[in-house]
Design a protein around this ligand. Structure first.
Ligand code: AVJ
Length: 322
């Protein structure tokens, strides 16, 4: 989800309307909520990149170490001549680090902003001229059908970073099912990174760091909303809240009103928030190894292989579809 993108262009009026309607419905709900995808405007994407460098935020570096340590076994699982389909490719750096070991035949970078992908991919083409590369600008979370030009040979989907954690378990299952269908009978699979359940203090710190970078990332959502809705949120009126909910196996991120306040937006929109009232901005689900394997199997995947770090904090999975 580390994509860099601007808000929908103003000429795109229908899409703009839909975004606005969804946002307003979420803000007016009894328990106000906003989709985590709005965390990623240009500044939000940079703040997320900074989060990945924080000592408390272990997922990025733990996953990278797993890919590095188990590169040859992972390459065997993925197999030769793969079409690597990178969901949420962003700057394509995670996939690029796997190219030397995986040696895919084709690379398909998928993300919302095609323009941003084009820049990243054209740099990669120079470095890996033997890999055929394609960019697809689409919102794969709603629809995963790939254009026929991609071909139906050895489709290996790549979904790193525990991005799957943003989906609630039922949606995750649906999404995995869609991926499984998109692989169809192409003798392919899915290579996915999943964050694992661990002690609450470690999870709490990873999403509420000492420097306040995650707080800035969360609060920046309000600046983004101000632009999208012409709203008058004041970030200083809100406080970052993030904690591990042990019953639901998820991190919850909220913005909490520091006092009673009123927010206005375009065309007379208005919402009162009482002191302590919250806007739910993100959930990040954590899985047990077996729980995630069960979900893959329920989604119709075949053989599953997993790799982890020595603390079992993060897991990389390969699931086959034959
Ligand atoms: C990009 C969804 C994987 O849940 O860990 C990081 C986003 N939010 N810190 C995560 C995030 C706050 C991240 N994902």
């Amino acid at each position: 989800m580390a994509q860099l993108r601007q808000s929908a262009p103003p000429e795109n009026c229908v899409a703009q309307d839909e975004v606005e309607q969804q946002l307003v419905a979420g803000l007016l709900a009894p328990h106000a909520h906003v989709s985590p995808k709005y965390l990623y405007d240009v500044l939000g994407s940079r703040l997320f990149a900074a989060i990945c460098e924080l000592p408390e935020y272990y997922p990025t570096r733990t996953e990278a170490a797993i890919f590095e340590h188990h590169a040859s076994q992972i390459a065997v699982a993925v197999g030769a001549d793969a079409t690597l389909i990178d969901l949420g490719a962003g700057n394509c750096s995670k996939a690029a680090r796997l190219f030397p070991s995986l040696r895919p035949k084709q690379y398909v970078a998928v993300d919302i902003s095609e323009k941003f992908l084009q820049e990243a991919v054209s740099a990669l083409r120079q470095q890996f001229p033997q890999i055929k590369m394609t960019c697809l600008g689409m919102d794969f979370s709603s629809e995963l059908e790939l254009p026929p030009a991609i071909g139906l040979r050895r489709r290996q989907f790549f979904y790193p970073g525990s991005s799957i954690g943003n989906f609630a378990p039922l949606e995750s299952l649906k999404f995995l099912h869609q991926i499984r269908k998109a692989i169809a009978g192409s003798d392919g699979g899915l290579l996915i990174g999943v964050d694992l359940v661990k002690d609450k203090p470690i999870l709490d710190a990873a999403y509420d760091d000492a420097l306040g970078v995650t707080a800035a990332f969360n609060l920046n959502l309000l600046n983004h909303l101000n632009r999208l809705l012409d709203a008058d949120f004041r970030p200083q009126d809100w406080r970052h809240r993030a904690f591990y909910n042990e019953e639901q196996h998820r991190i919850e991120m909220h913005l909490e009103a520091r006092e009673d306040l009123i927010v206005h937006w375009r065309q007379g929109g208005i919402r009162r928030f009482a002191q302590g009232e919250r806007i739910h901005t993100e959930s990040s689900y954590k899985y047990s190894r077996q729980g995630f394997i069960d979900m893959l199997q329920q989604a119709g995947f075949g053989k599953v292989q997993t790799w982890s770090d020595e603390r079992n904090w993060f897991m990389v999975c390969h699931a086959q579809v034959t």
